[in-house]
Ligand binder design. Structure first.
Ligand SMILES: *Cc1c(COP(=O)(O)O)cnc(C)c1O
Length: 377
C-alpha cells in the first residue's frame, strides 16, 4: 500500500527509546530464538504492571485465547459464550477448537457484555440441554466491562471466564487490572495496540499449573524424553526473544502511553461534545480506561460513512466501530442473544485517530475537519 505523506493514522506504534537496546542485546548475545532473558524479563514486567501472578508471552493475543480455551477444556461441539461487539479474533479460537460461539449483546454503560443478557443466554442454552463450556469477555477500546457482574453470573453457572483484554492493557475496574479477574486474561501487542512487540500477545493467570501447561502447549507439547515424543497436540506459539526485547522497552513507557491516549480522548471530547447529538462514552464509577481508541457516536442527521470518506479526503484515517460478530457472514449460523445495541453502535459510531504520537497540530487538524463536517449538515 502507498500512502500520501502526512497521513494521520488511526493507531501506530510508538517506541519509547530503549526497545533497540534490548533487541540489540538479544542479537549480540545470540538469544534470537524463543528462549532468553528478554522473554522472562518481559513476562516479569507484565506481571509487575498488571499484578498478574503468571504470564506467558506468545506470538499473538489470538494464540493466547486459543491456549486459554484449550486449557479450560473446550471440546468440539461445546458452546462458548462470547461478546458480540468486538474484533473477530475474540471468537476465531472458538472455531479453531470446533466449538460453537454463542454471542451476547453489550450494555449501554461500557458497550461491553451485558450481565443480564448473559444470564438470559445461559438459561436459554440450558433449556436446550446445553451447558456453555467457557465465556470470552472482551473489553472494547480500553473500556473495562462490568467484570464483577459478569463473573458473578458465570460463577453461579460454573462457567470459566477468559478476559480478552487485547485492547485494555492497564485499564482497571474496581481497583483490579483488567485481564486478571477471570481464570485467564489475554493481551495483544500487535502494531495497532497501546504498546507493541511488532506482533505478539500474552496469557496471564493466577494458577501456576495452568501457566506451565500454557507454556508447554505453546512450545509444541514436547514430553520429557531425549527424543521428540508427543502425547498432546501442541502449537508453535512462543514469542521470540527479540520481540520480547521490544516489549521490555515498551513496558517502560506504558504508563506514559496511557496518559497520552487519555489526554487525546479528553481533547476530542472537549472540542466536540458541544455539537448537538455527539456522544462520548464516559467511564462508569470504578472504571479506568486506557482509552486505546477514542470513539464517539455521531448525530442522527449525519452519515458516519460520509464523514469517514470526507476525513479520508483530508488524509485522515478513521474507522467505523466494530461490526458485531453476530452480523458477520462467518458467524451467521450461530446463536445470538440481545437487543441489537451493537448494531446501533456500528451504524452511528466512529473511531478517531488516537496514536499516542499524535502532535497538537494533527489533533487540531482532525477536530477542525470534524467540526466542519458535523456543523455543516
Ligand atoms: C487486537 C485484538 C485481538 C487480536 O490480537 P492479535 O495479537 O492480533 O492476535 C483479539 N481481540 C481483540 C478484542 C482485539 O482487539
Amino acid at each position: 500500500m502507498t500512502y500520501k505523506p502526512g497521513r494521520i493514522f488511526l493507531s501506530v506504534p510508538h517506541m519509547g527509546g530503549h526497545e533497540k537496546n534490548y533487541a540489540q542485546k538479544a542479537i549480540e548475545d545470540n538469544w534470537v530464538s524463543t528462549v532468553g532473558p528478554n522473554l522472562t524479563g518481559f513476562e516479569h514486567d507484565i506481571c509487575q504492571h498488571t499484578n498478574a501472578r503468571h504470564a506467558v508471552a506468545v506470538t499473538s493475543c489470538t494464540a493466547a485465547l486459543h491456549l486459554a480455551l484449550r486449557l479450560v477444556g473446550v471440546q468440539p461441539g461445546d458452546e462458548v459464550l462470547c461478546s458480540t461487539f468486538t474484533f473477530v479474533a475474540a471468537a476465531s479460537p472458538i472455531l479453531y477448537l470446533g466449538a460453537v460461539p454463542v454471542f451476547v449483546e453489550s450494555e449501554e454503560e461500557t458497550w461491553n457484555m451485558c450481565p443480564t443478557t448473559l444470564r438470559e443466554a445461559i438459561v436459554s442454552r440450558q433449556a436446550r440441554g446445553k451447558h456453555p463450556a467457557a465465556l470470552v469477555l472482551a473489553h472494547q477500546y480500553g473500556m473495562p466491562a462490568k467484570v464483577q457482574e459478569v463473573l458473578a453470573v458465570a460463577e453461579e453457572f460454573g462457567i470459566p471466564v477468559v478476559e480478552d483484554a487485547a485492547e485494555a492493557l492497564g485499564s482497571r475496574y474496581g481497583g483490579h487490572q483488567v485481564g486478571t479477574m477471570g481464570l485467564f486474561g489475554t493481551f495483544s501487542f500487535n502494531g495497532s495496540k497501546i504498546i507493541t512487540t511488532s506482533g505478539g500477545g500474552a496469557l496471564v493467570t493466577a494458577d501456576p499449573q495452568l501457566a506451565e501447561q500454557a507454556l508447554f502447549l505453546a512450545t509444541q507439547a514436547k514430553d520429557p524424553a531425549p527424543f521428540f515424543q508427543h502425547t498432546q497436540l501442541g502449537y508453535s506459539y512462543r514469542l521470540s526473544n527479540v520481540s520480547a526485547g521490544i516489549g521490555r522497552g515498551q513496558m517502560e513507557v506504558l504508563e506514559k502511553r496511557i496518559k497520552q491516549r487519555r489526554e487525546i480522548y479528553t481533547f476530542y471530547k472537549n472540542q466536540l461534545q458541544s455539537i448537538e447529538g455527539v456522544f462520548f462514552l464516559a467511564e462508569p464509577k470504578g472504571a479506568f480506561s486506557n482509552r486505546w481508541l477514542t470513539t464517539l457516536l455521531l448525530p442522527a442527521n449525519t452519515h458516519p460513512e460520509e464523514v469517514r470518506l470526507a476525513l479520508e479526503q483530508e488524509n485522515i484515517e478513521s474507522r467505523p466501530l466494530w461490526k458485531p460478530l453476530h452480523l458477520q457472514p462467518l458467524f451467521a449460523p450461530y446463536p445470538y442473544y440481545g437487543n441489537s445495541l451493537s448494531e446501533h453502535l456500528f451504524k452511528r459510531g466512529i473511531c478517531l485517530p488516537s496514536s499516542s504520537s499524535l502532535t497538537e497540530e494533527e489533533l487540531e487538524k482532525v477536530v477542525k475537519h470534524l467540526k466542519r463536517l458535523l456543523e455543516e449538515v
